[in-house]
Design a protein around this ligand. Structure first.
Ligand SMILES: Cc1cc2nc3c(=O)[nH]c(=O)nc-3n(C[C@H](O)[C@H](O)[C@H](O)COP(=O)(O)O)c2cc1C
Length: 207
């Protein structure tokens, strides 16, 4: 049976993509789409080979066109972003048949803002970050259990501790595409592009 999908009147879309993204995200959250705030982050490694993984969107600055996520600067993705500070984020909200793709330059922010983000996390999430070594080869489960206990003890002694590599990253989008699926396959695609003067243009794409 065809799914009931929302209609998308691209002609009435706002002049900038940020508010439309927030509108679609809130719609997905309201509809209890699982992990609505989770996206695929794509980066490239030093050989120009693509890499991708899921992560949680931490914030959106709709006015600035900045999408924020948090990660360890010492992880593969952190090193890839240090060498090539460009990335793409891809969201998919199946219940609404909606995809949003965006890409742009990436800025990293450590310091107070990253510390504030860190302190807002659950103890388990802070311990996991303090364990570190993300994506390095692990000998066995016991090695992780020991590192976990040490990180938990550190957090007990120093509740304000922040994982050294904890970093907030902003994708400063210069391209954002909204894809609205349609049960008859006449999908609607609206692409926003940011010009050199910072203003946004927009237009439809063939599906
Ligand atoms: C639903 C979900 C949410 C995740 N959220 C994050 C996140 O917010 N930050 C993060 O660094 N990794 C997150 N991860 C783990 C990453 O997908 C990835 O495994 C890890 O960051 C290592 O990636 P890297 O080796 O490319 O650096 C999440 C994974 C899943 C499945």
């Amino acid at each position: 049976m065809a799914r009931e999908l929302p209609s998308f009147d691209a002609g009435r879309a706002p002049v900038e993509p940020g508010p439309l993204f927030v509108d679609w995200l809130l719609w997905a959250l309201d509809a209890e789409v699982p992990d609505a705030q989770v996206a695929t982050l794509s980066t490239v490694d030093s050989d120009g080979r693509p890499d991708a993984r899921m992560l949680v969107l931490r914030d959106v600055d709709a006015a600035r066109g900045a999408w924020w996520f948090a990660a360890d600067a010492d992880s593969p993705k952190g090193r890839q972003l240090a060498a090539t500070p460009w990335a793409a984020l891809t969201f998919y909200w199946p219940a609404q048949g909606r995809q949003v793709r965006l890409r742009g330059r990436v800025e990293a922010e450590g310091g107070d803002r990253a510390a504030e983000d860190f302190h807002g996390r659950s103890p388990a999430s802070r311990i996991a970050a303090l364990v570190g070594h993300q994506s390095e080869r692990l000998a066995d489960a016991e090695e992780l259990a020991d590192a976990w206990d040490r990180a938990a003890a550190l957090l007990d002694r120093e509740p304000a501790a922040v994982a050294p590599g904890h970093t907030l990253y902003a994708v400063l989008a210069d391209e954002v595409e909204f894809w609205q699926g349609e049960s008859g396959r006449r999908h609607v695609r609206l692409a926003y592009t940011r010009g050199h003067d910072g203003t946004w243009g927009r237009g439809l794409l063939w599906p």
